[in-house]
Design a protein around this ligand. Structure first.
Ligand code: NDP
Length: 431
């Protein structure tokens, strides 16, 4: 076998040496005439089932990404995606190509023709496709282990319950539901069926957000006292489900404001003890007959930290997250977007103010979160963002709306345990 590899290389090099390269560099010894087999540095090594390469850059340069070494397709955890809308087709299905442990094995849709087209594009067998009322059929399909619910918010509860009752683990898009009671029912259904439930808080798996949590919790910013989170966008078509309260549960708050809320909680590991909120919608705007445009809310934490959060459906897009500490500040630009995150740390350097911009490399957030779910299913571990994490956000969003309605601050039950609603911290290999 080894001999075959060397012979293949020798032939390749000989072919190369009579081509363009030998004309251009006549006189220079070719790799073939130099008798060169690749060095171990060029060839890499197979260790177990993985291929690795030693670094070729000097230690002063950052190392490149190692090969992903994905699981063979037949050994990955199978996912069925429920709801073939924009997020599913534009982001989630393409992300399976960059996933290491997850693969697409089923589809659920209310539109058979669209489902047929998508099934053909991604090679999903016809018998693994079904309509919303037929999810019980999945029970007998062992290739589907996880059901990923990507429906309008008010439809999450029924789909999650159906999936759990069909014996499947569930990954559910954010917001988890449209009320705390719905969220509780979903947790209970998964508990009864002994299935895992994870909420797709992709930012908690994204690299810049994770690095900020690590540095902030490690004390690099000093004493953190203030967080500023903004997530705004300008909505279009007023007939979309996001503007219909029965389907969305609310306006900008549960859709984009939730990122401000969840990212702040995940950073600090504390739970707010008070919220104070105001909402605003432009007058006579058909988009905001049922749901609010802008929500401004302040969260007060037991340590005294204050978070100032703003979400909007009627303001030009901005998605920034800032953390202010006594000895340094940090900012993630595009913090809540699908890509383009930069972590910037500002601190004193000698007599100057320094800004360090960290480029952590781009990894697909949807692949990371699906790989985490697959890891949890395989290793019987609780997800970092389980149903309880989603329920806590539902409780807080209900309090935010209550405060906006009454104009009063709303006090919340203190929670003393850090990361009280999260599963074990992410570690190497768990995404
Ligand atoms: P879309 O409107 O693009 O798609 C929703 C899909 O749900 C439809 O295409 C349809 O699929 C299905 N559906 C079933 N019943 C209804 C109904 N009554 N009204 C409308 N659609 C219905 O929504 P998105 O894909 O943008 O959002 C889906 C979920 O994903 C939401 O919970 C949203 O909050 C979340 N999301 C999360 C993001 C993230 O970054 N994590 C970003 C964007 C959204 P079919 O035709 O197959 O039945």
């Amino acid at each position: 076998m080894r001999q075959d590899v060397d012979e293949t290389r020798r032939l390749l090099l000989l072919a190369g040496s009579v081509g363009v390269a030998s004309t251009l560099y006549a006189g220079a010894p070719s790799a073939a005439t130099a008798g060169g087999s690749p060095t171990p540095v060029d060839e890499g090594a197979v260790i177990g089932r993985e291929v690795t390469f030693p670094p070729i850059d000097a230690p002063t340069d950052p190392p490149g990404n190692p090969p992903p070494n994905p699981d063979p397709p037949g050994q990955r955890v199978g996912f069925a995606v429920v709801g073939l809308g924009r997020l599913a087709l534009q982001n989630i299905l393409p992300a399976f190509a960059q996933s290491k442990h997850a693969r697409l094995t089923g589809l659920v849709s209310g539109d058979p023709e669209k489902m047929r087209v998508i099934a053909a594009q991604y090679g999903v067998p016809r018998e693994a496709c079904c309509g919303y009322g037929e999810m019980a059929r999945m029970r007998t399909n062992a290739a589907i282990q996880v059901v990923y619910v990507v429906l309008p918010n008010a439809l999450h509860r029924d789909a999650v319950i159906q999936a759990a009752e069909a014996g499947k683990h569930v990954l559910c898009e954010k917001p988890m539901a449209t009320s705390p009671d719905e969220a509780r029912e979903m947790i209970e259904a998964c508990r009864r069926a002994d299935r895992k439930l994870m909420i797709a808080y992709r930012c908690q798996y994204e690299l810049a957000n994770r690095e900020l949590v690590r540095r902030a919790r490690g004390g690099e910013l000093g004493d953190i006292q203030f967080v500023d989170a903004i997530n705004t966008q300008d909505q279009g078509d007023p007939t979309q489900w996001r503007q219909i309260k029965n389907l969305s549960g609310g306006g900008s708050l549960p859709d984009v404001g939730l990122y401000c809320l969840n990212t702040t909680r995940a950073l600090l590991g504390e739970e707010p003890i008070e919220v104070l909120a105001r909402t605003h919608s432009p007058d006579r705007d058909a988009r905001f007959r049922e749901v609010e445009a802008t929500v401004s809310f302040v969260l007060r934490f037991p340590s005294g930290i204050i978070a100032n959060c703003v979400s909007s459906y009627s303001l030009h897009t901005q998605r920034n997250f800032r953390v202010l500490g006594s000895s340094a500040n940090a900012e993630i630009t595009n913090a809540f977007d699908y890509e383009g995150q930069k972590l910037i740390i500002s601190r004193r350097d000698g007599n100057a103010e320094a800004k360090i911009e960290l480029n952590l490399g781009a990894k697909n957030q949807f692949s990371l979160e699906m790989d985490h779910m697959a890891f949890c299913v395989r290793n019987d571990v609780e997800p970092r963002t389980p149903g309880e994490e989603g329920l806590q956000d539902q409780i807080l969003m209900a309090a935010i709306y209550r405060s906006a309605q009454t104009g009063q601050a709303v006090r919340l039950e203190p929670v003393s345990r850090p990361d009280a609603f999260r599963g074990p911290a992410l570690k190497e290999g768990s995404t």
